[in-house]
Write a protein that binds this ligand. Structure first.
Ligand SMILES: *Cc1c(COP(=O)(O)O)cnc(C)c1O
Length: 337
């Protein structure tokens, strides 16, 4: 089993008109900083406020006629995509999440008519619950990242970016379970293998990064992060997103909470974009000087906007932020533009 460019082209036809064609806009501030165009793919503009609608819609489109309903585990945005797609097809949806998922995300899923189950403090526990429901109630389980239809759906982002700007030389992809990075890497490498695709995670609980280094899926401790959408493991029985990320990504990098905090301020004050911490990890790595000089335009994906506005306000106004046992010391942002 794998995912090919043909699967991504087919996914594009299946999701067309609902989840395609977000803008790709330059960031003048980041472009000046880097010396090449830095382009932002605005997936925060999707109907559910995040790119995960693409994969969820493509997976739901492939379910056989007569499916009783769907279930999934989620850090919030996949559940919202599944809820949206299920509602369109008139299917029952049950979304399983851990207690670490912010309330704003839980509320958004309920508002779409899905049933919500909060279980435990980790994605693994949420996954076990969705497995149990699938077996007990005959629901179709849709993995947030380890599913060929989901990966192909997320890969349509890579196609759109490279069609709009064939001169892109590097793509920085927020990395969690790796469905997004795998999909974009399949598309980019099929179009031109010399395009660099780099996955970036927060240093607190970076499951895919650690797994690639270890050569096999490993478990990580799950803690609170500004990049809450990047939390959770990759599944010890990962079949697809792990081998694809291992084989296709040029590198994976980590950023600190302090670097994420600063990059959220930059995206807000310089580009006037409201986005989750998960979106800025590529910008954070670039601003922190963790990447080698690029050979041309750089693109990154602004993956979602489903954030806790009280926390976001604290970040952009430079106040301290407490994440479990970690405190990010606040610093007001000195605007450049
Ligand atoms: C899910 C998600 C990611 C990471 O995607 P993976 O396919 O799990 O690697 C990044 N940003 C946001 C906002 C997300 O919801």
């Amino acid at each position: 089993m794998t995912v090919t460019l043909a699967d991504i082209l087919a996914a594009r036809r299946s999701i067309r008109g609902v989840a395609d064609a977000t803008p790709l806009v330059p960031s003048p501030f980041m472009s000046a900083h880097v010396g090449h165009d830095v382009l932002l793919k605005l997936e925060n503009m999707q109907p559910i406020g995040a790119f995960k609608l693409r994969g969820a819609l493509n997976a739901i489109a492939q379910l056989p006629e007569g499916t009783a309903g769907v279930t999934c585990c989620s850090t919030g945005n996949h559940g919202r995509g599944v809820a949206y797609g299920a509602r369109e097809r008139g299917l029952r949806a049950v979304v399983c999440m851990s207690g670490l998922v912010p309330q704003a995300k839980v509320d958004g899923i309920r508002a779409l008519g899905a049933e919500v189950r909060i279980v435990g403090r980790s994605q693994d526990e949420a996954l076990a619950e969705s497995r149990r429901l699938a077996a007990e109630q005959g629901l179709a389980e849709i993995s947030p990242f380890d599913d060929p239809a989901v990966i192909a759906g997320q890969g349509t982002i890579g196609l759109e970016m490279l069609e709009a700007r064939p001169d892109i030389r590097r793509v920085l992809v927020p990395l969690s379970g790796g469905g997004l990075a795998a999909g974009i890497a399949v598309a980019a490498k099929a179009i031109d293998p010399s395009i660099e695709v780099i996955g970036i995670s927060m240093d607190r609980g970076a499951a895919m990064h650690r797994s690639i280094r270890a050569g096999r899926p490993v478990e990580v401790q799950e803690v609170e992060s500004l990049a809450d959408s990047l939390g959770g493991g990759i599944g010890m029985e990962n079949r697809l997103s792990f081998p694809l990320c291992r084989d296709l990504l040029d590198d994976t990098l980590l950023v600190t909470e302090e670097e994420i905090y600063h990059a959220m301020q930059v995206l807000y004050w310089e580009d006037r974009i409201v986005a989750e911490g998960a979106c800025v990890v590529g910008l954070a790595a670039t601003l922190a000087g963790k990447l080698p000089q690029a050979r041309g335009p750089i693109a990154t994906v602004v993956t979602g906007r489903n954030l806790d506005m009280a926390l976001f306000t604290r970040v952009v106004t430079g106040q301290d932020v407490t994440l479990g046992d970690h405190r990010v010391r606040g610093r007001p942002y000195a605007r450049k533009a």
